[in-house]
Design a protein around this ligand. Structure first.
Ligand code: FES
Length: 127
């Protein structure tokens, strides 16, 4: 179990990105918060398999905190289940991540992974 952050580190109606790596896994994640509920997904749009937040950390469009937004081709995904309700991948869904809230700790239920700096991960992927 890997602690990603505390619940208070994600603003209500907001989302935060993370990058994790281990021997068998390297993923970017997005965790969205609605009140005391959290929803975690792999940060990979099912349309063209690019990250949702081409501007790092920008997961929503304007004041809409109910839908994660992929700004590559303007897809909207319901926060609660990750289903795309508008855009080129309508009907498809984000891949759920094993995110759990334990007390006030936002955790990834995945063994043998560690948090990595997201900016460094992006730069290393470009090489
Ligand atoms: S890559 Fe997300 S909508 Fe095209």
């Amino acid at each position: 179990m890997l602690e990603l952050c505390r619940l208070a580190d994600i603003p209500d109606g907001g989302a935060r990105g993370f990058a994790v790596e281990g021997p068998d896994l390297a993923q970017r994640l997005v965790v969205a918060r609605l009140g005391s509920r959290i929803f975690g997904y792999v940060n990979l749009c099912p349309h063209a398999l690019s990250r949702l937040d081409s501007e790092i950390g920008q997961f929503f469009e304007y004041d809409d905190s109910s839908h994660l937004f992929c700004d590559s081709h303007a897809a909207l995904f319901r926060v609660e289940d990750g289903v795309c309700i508008e855009g080129p991948c309508e009907g498809q869904a984000l891949t759920p991540a094993a995110i759990k809230l334990i007390g006030d700790r936002v955790c990834l239920d995945q063994p043998n992974v560690a948090l990595v700096d997201e900016i460094s991960k992006i730069l290393s992927d470009l090489r």
